[in-house]
Design a binder for this molecule. Structure first.
Ligand code: DGT
Ligand code: CA
Ligand code: ZN
Length: 595
């Protein structure tokens, strides 16, 4: 029997669907393959056994025809129907479908009209302006495709990095599981997840126990594991079914825990810088611990691993390690070599880095008045349950008709609802605001006399993302001139893995925001995380104030989004005093630009 694993079967079924779509087959037929792929991906039993016992069709959504093809692949290593389809197109045809916004119909046209059969071909065709000449395509499409190519390339190079929010729940569940393993003394997440990077490649876990074997045995029974990828003396790697996520667990004696945790937390750049400093002090830091370099390098046998290093120094906590180097302990989120090492040496790390408990006001939320899922009353009560003392209700504005944006009359009518709910929930101050579109010419979406009636005005871009850098920059600068513009919502408009940040001359825009007293939002919606941590840093250097916003469209999102806003702000070095919704409602209102 050919050794074909479930993964290959799933991929073959997905490819079948993609090729059939390229050929213009009807949606029922192509969807059947996708549904089958999902089904196979979730099968717990051994596929070869299912095939041998001819029980594939017992699975829901798997019919005779698809079952036969799967059986062929599993038993012979080939799926003739797929090979036939593949032969009709250039070998790299399917990579075109990894470009955002490029569906099978358009890909087919590009192929038949221009002979485009790969991402490289498409790039060339765009550069030579051959794409815009096609019917249904244009100059804008060409630009979009070029941007999409960049996204697709980055995704494939990074092995498709995953959004932090998609990974964190699984990572935390795995950590809990490991903590329950026999003999475990300490356990922690490490790597990019612990550093709260916005995207991550995999999950690193570190645990200490007197004996690693029983910990690994327990770990490898974690529900949801698709396969064990590898298993060594101190490391086990598994792949989860959900999201194809890889988990790496390291288990060490407790004496090595802190230095290993430090090592596997990273970042690489932080380590490299730190190791240079250590060397100057006669120390070496490695995966194995911290060592004082001896007078006679590499003299003793059995120490070859740490060339010339002899005395192993006791490190019980990460703070011990930093103390040895004469530094403040650096919080994991800051370990990117963005200047944190210099600051820690000078004892000048931000002392009051923002914490979630500091946040007392919920900024930016939507209710059933626009595209939110829950009523104002439900949202306010939920915010109160989370410890908020005030909220800003900020629906979409009239231009965003697709999102239930409010006409002037509806906006006025909402005042009554705000007053009613305020009576019902006196403990939470409700500020009535709006999330106004920034129109293409930089105007806001309501006349000044309407904006003047509101407590809070957030300005956001929701449409016309196609402007070039000059146009987009002009648009935002213009908007800042409106005296009613107070908070800049999800500033770059990026959607992780889907839409690039709007092209902006950010330095110039931040300078003007600082001069005008505009507050910048750190939007905690997991697809956005906008501002990014890097931009938070750049804004803070100019003295700009921030709002950590939930942009919640439901009561659940109030709770789920806040930690991501806080984490992103922290990663950008935001202190409590930099964030206006850590203040009480009076302080919050005073921090908004006066008009
Ligand atoms: P990721 O997985 O790409 O989202 O990012 P990380 O930072 O989690 O990277 P990963 O999983 O490859 O490795 C975890 C940590 O282990 C990393 O942050 C630092 C440490 N590490 C791994 N490889 C190296 C290396 O070659 N040199 C040094 N100094 N540290 C390394
Ligand atoms: Ca990692
Ligand atoms: Zn918005």
């Amino acid at each position: 029997m050919a050794s074909v694993d479930k993964h290959q079967v799933v991929k073959a079924l997905r490819d079948m669907s993609a090729y059939l779509q390229l050929k213009g087959e009807n949606a029922f037929k192509t969807r059947a393959y996708d549904v089958a792929a999902d089904r196979i991906a979730g099968v717990g039993d051994d596929l070869a056994t299912l095939v041998a016992q001819k029980r594939l069709t017992e699975l829901p959504n798997i019919g005779e025809s698809i079952a036969t093809k799967i059986a062929e692949l599993v038993t012979t290593g080939a799926m003739p129907a797929l090979d036939a389809l593949r032969a009709e197109f250039p070998p790299r045809m399917l990579e075109l479908l990894t470009i955002p916004d490029l569906g099978p119909k358009k890909a087919k046209t590009l192929f038949t009209e221009l002979g485009v059969g790969s991402i490289d071909d498409l790039e060339k065709a765009c550069a030579e302006h051959r794409v815009r000449a096609l019917k249904g395509f244009g100059e804008k499409t060409e630009e979009k495709l070029l941007a999409g190519i960049a996204v697709a390339r980055r995704a494939s190079q990074g092995g498709a990095r995953k959004k932090l929010a998609d990974v964190l729940p699984q990572a935390e569940a795995a950590l809990k599981w490991v903590q329950q393993a026999p003999g475990v003394i300490r356990a922690s997440l490490g790597g990019s997840v612990r550093r709260l990077r916005e995207t991550v490649a995999d999950v690193d876990l570190i645990a200490s126990a007197p004996d690693a074997a029983p910990v690994f045995a327990h770990f490898e029974k974690f529900p949801g594991i698709a396969e064990v990828l590898g298993h060594g003396e101190s490391k086990s790697s598994v792949r989860l079914k959900e999201g194809d996520l890889q988990l790496d667990l390291r288990v060490l004696p407790d004496g090595d825990f802190a230095s290993a945790l430090h090592h596997f937390t990273g970042s690489k750049a932080h380590h490299i810088h730190l190791r240079g400093l250590a060397q100057d002090r006669g120390l070496t830091i490695s995966e194995w611990g911290v060592f004082r370099v001896g007078a006679q390098p590499a003299a003793k046998p059995g120490t070859a691993k740490h060339d010339g290093a002899q005395e192993k120094l006791p490190i019980h906590t990460e703070a011990d390690l930093y103390r040895l180097l004469g530094m403040q302990e650096i919080p994991p989120e800051l370990r990117e070599d963005w200047g944190e090492i210099e600051a820690a040496l000078a004892q000048q790390l931000p002392a009051d880095l923002l914490r979630q408990a500091d946040v007392v006001g919920n900024v930016h939320m939507h209710t059933t008045w626009s595209d939110g899922r829950d009523s104002l009353l439900a949202m306010v009560k939920a915010a109160q349950a989370l410890g908020m003392t005030y909220v800003t209700v900020t629906e979409h504005s009239q231009t965003s008709g697709y999102a239930g944006g409010l006409t002037i009359d509806r906006l006025k009518a909402q005042r009554d609802e705000v007053a009613r709910v305020q009576e019902q929930v006196p403990g939470v101050t409700i500020l009535h605001g709006v999330e106004s579109d920034i129109l293409e010419d930089g105007r806001l979406d309501y006349p000044d006399e309407v904006l003047a009636t509101l407590d809070v005005v957030i300005g956001s871009i929701h449409q016309r993302y196609g402007l070039d850098e000059a146009g987009m920059t002009r648009r935002v600068l213009q908007a800042f001139d409106n005296p009613f513009f107070q908070i800049w919502g999800h500033p770059t408009g990026r959607l992780l893995g889907k839409r690039e940040p709007a092209p902006l001359r950010m330095e110039e825009v931040l300078d003007k925001a600082a001069a005008k007293g505009i507050v910048l939002e750190v939007n905690g919606c997991p697809e956005r995380l906008d501002l990014s941590a890097e931009h938070v840093r750049a804004a803070l250097k100019r003295g700009i104030k921030l709002s950590v916003s939930t942009d919640a469209h439901s009561t659940e999102e109030l709770a789920v989004h806040l930690p991501f806003a806080v984490g992103t702000a922290r990663k950008g070095w935001a202190r409590r005093g930099d964030v206006i919704n850590t203040m009480d409602v009076k302080g919050f209102r005073r921090s908004l630009r006066a008009r």
